[in-house]
Design a protein around this ligand. Sequence first.
Ligand code: MF3
Ligand code: CO
Length: 252
Amino acid sequence: MILLKGPEEIAVMRQANGIVREVLNALCAVVRPGVTTDDLDRLAEELTLKKGARPAFKGYKPHSVAYPKSLCASINSEVVHGVPSSRHLKEGDIVGLDYGVVYRGFYGDAAQTVGVGRISERARRLLEVTRAALYAGIDQARPGNRVGDIGRAVEETAGRAGYSVVEEFAGHGIGRRLHEEPQVPNYYRSGMPNPRLRPGMVIAIEPMVNEGTHELRILDDGWTAVTADGKLSAHFEHSIAITENGPQILSE
Ligand code: MF3
Ligand code: CO
C-alpha cells in the first residue's frame, strides 16, 4: 500500500531531510586526500545526534547482516552500501555519500557522489550525468505521470551518455519507514508494476549509474555492492514530495 502524507507530515519530512542535507554538506567540506570513511561516519553520527535526530541506517537489517555503520561511503567501483572503514581517501577517488536520519518519527534519505581532490575528466563526466539523471527523474515526479516515467527518464539520460543503470537496487517510498511502497526503479520495461503518481506521495529517487556493465557483485561483508567489471559507479539521491504543482525536493 502506498501511504500518502499530509502537509504536516511533509513539513516534518522536510526537517528530517534538512538534517540529512546539513550532514552531507559537512561531509563534503571535509572530504580530502587522507580522510578515512570512518572519520566521515563519526562526523555524520555526531552532527545527527546534535540535531536531535538518529542515524537511520545503523542496525538496519533487511537480510541476515545488520548494517554496521551510520553512513554509506562507496568509493570508485563501489556502487552503494560501501561500509566505512579505516581506508584513506586518495586524490582522484570518487566517493558516494549516502545518508539517512529519523527525526520526529520520519525518515530523510539523500546521497551524492563527490571527487577527492582533483579527479579525471572521465570521472567528472560520470558525476555530471548521474546528477542530471536524478534531476530528469525528479522532473517526471508529478501527478498524472507514473513511476515508470521516472525510471524511463533516468535510464534515457544515462544511456544517451553511454552508461548503464543498476537494476538490483531502486528508489523507494519513504515516510515513517525508510523503505515504503512504491519501488522506484531506475528503468522501465513494459509489464512492470507502474503505479500512478499522486499528490502526497513522498519518494526517494536514487540513480546508480555505471561506466561499464550494469552488473554487480556483493562483497563478503554482505553489503558493499561493486561493479562486476571494476569500472566506476556514481549515485545521487533526493527525497521528494509530489504535490499538485509538481515535485518538491525535501533534501535540497
Ligand atoms: N539510500 C539507501 C537506500 O535507500 C541507503 C540504505 S543503507 C541501509 O536503500 F543500510 F540502510 F540499507
Ligand atoms: Co534511499
